[in-house]
Design a protein around this ligand. Structure first.
Ligand code: NAP
Length: 333
């Protein structure tokens, strides 16, 4: 492991996104140390696929391993809360997939326990770490677009025809619904550029499981508006555009941003910010986690705890308006 930073990661849940994470880890200084699955054979196969050092047939067994420094939680949202609390109990740093928890209250408890234990925690909102977005933010802050007036973003794909009611996208017991899965991206991007809205409105359609199938959300700010859409029921283009008094910034495939185009008021391209992912885009958030752990920080400046709380608070408010509760959920706005 010479040349590596020796921060050993343990992947909790050997599913789809765990594969993306593990692939990205190979291009960072972090050590792909352990993988845990509820199924020992699945863990062993995953270990071979990505050259982990150890495979565990239970999550608890991995958390007991003193060599694991940081746990990457890659299970459906509904399990994140309990799994983070267990990780904190074992003194592990945490990178947890989005949505961080089902609601703001759960996140408050996680952060309070992590702080008490002196443990680093971050929501894996990977898009915020992408170099093209960081450069776009610099442009916007420098006034390239003038005063910001409007933000539009859509994240949709069609899944309702092919996935069962038991899939994590539609099963409420797993935290199903478009808002927590993909609506979270337009909401995060609106927050990156415009901060927290003063007023929120939304309409929703429901899947027959009760999960939100699609939503149209409007945010109102002092001098700007945002219109955000998300859904599992259409193939509408995944893109975002930020408008200002001097031009606009177009971000195709914004959640995985590799290219952003700046236009002036005559619709002439004035700059193209482009940087293909070095691996798959997850490497940038992993590098931030490693830097934070090496510096002894308990939270990231790019994805601080307050941002996670603010985003969950907005989503709680939307779900409250839609009367959409997850099973057993006793607290939300
Ligand atoms: N950042 C991104 O771009 C991105 C993309 C997709 C998903 N995600 C997030 O990543 C998380 C996982 O998504 P995914 O698509 O990877 O999910 P997934 O493949 O359906 O499940 C991931 C793993 O969670 C465990 N799991 C699944 N169903 C479970 C159940 N009913 N009870 C207990 N554990 C269960 C399983 O691990 P074992 O069988 O190995 O124990 C499974 O392999 C979600 O929170 C999602 O929002 C993020």
């Amino acid at each position: 492991m010479q040349g590596k930073c020796m921060i050993r990661f343990g992947v909790l849940g050997a599913g789809r996104i765990a594969r993306t994470f593990s692939e990205a880890m190979h291009g960072t200084e972090g050590v792909l140390y352990a993988v845990a699955s509820r199924d020992g054979l699945k863990a062993a196969a995953f270990k071979e696929d990505f050259q982990f050092e150890v495979a565990y047939g239970s999550y608890e067994a991995m958390l007991k391993d003193p060599l694991v420094d940081c746990v990457y939680i890659a299970t459906p949202h509904a399990f994140h809360y309990e799994q983070m609390l267990a990780s904190i109990e074992h003194g592990k740093a945490i990178l947890c997939e989005k949505a961080f928890t089902l609601n703001r209250h759960q996140a408050e408890i996680v952060f309070a326990r992590a702080k008490a234990k002196g443990v680093f925690v971050m929501e894996a909102m990977w898009s915020r770490f992408l170099p093209v977005l960081r450069e776009a933010i610099t442009h916007v802050e420098a006034g390239t677009l003038g005063d910001l007036t409007h933000f539009e973003a859509n994240f949709s794909f069609k899944a309702d025809h092919k996935l069962s009611d038991q899939s994590r996208l539609f099963n409420l017991a797993l935290g199903g619904g478009a808002l927590l899965d993909i609506g979270i991206y337009p909401i995060n991007f609106a927050h990156v550029f415009l901060g927290l809205p003063k007023h929120v409105d939304a309409t929703v359609t429901r899947h027959h499981t009760g999960a939100d199938l699609s939503e149209v959300i409007t945010f109102q700010y002092d001098k700007a508006t945002a219109r955000l859409t998300a859904g599992f029921d259409s193939e509408a283009p995944i893109e975002a555009t930020l408008y200002g008094t001097k031009g606009k910034l177009h971000m195709p495939l914004f959640w995985a941003l590799e290219k952003a185009i700046l236009y002036d008021m005559d619709d002439t391209v004035v700059d193209v910010i482009e940087q293909p992912h070095r691996i798959n885009g997850f490497e940038y958030q992993i590098e931030d986690v490693i830097a934070c752990l090496q510096a002894g920080k308990l939270e990231s400046l790019v994805m601080p705890h307050q941002t996670t709380l603010d985003m969950l608070g907005l989503m709680d408010g939307l779900r409250a308006a839609w009367d959409l509760k997850y099973p057993g959920e006793s607290f939300f706005e």
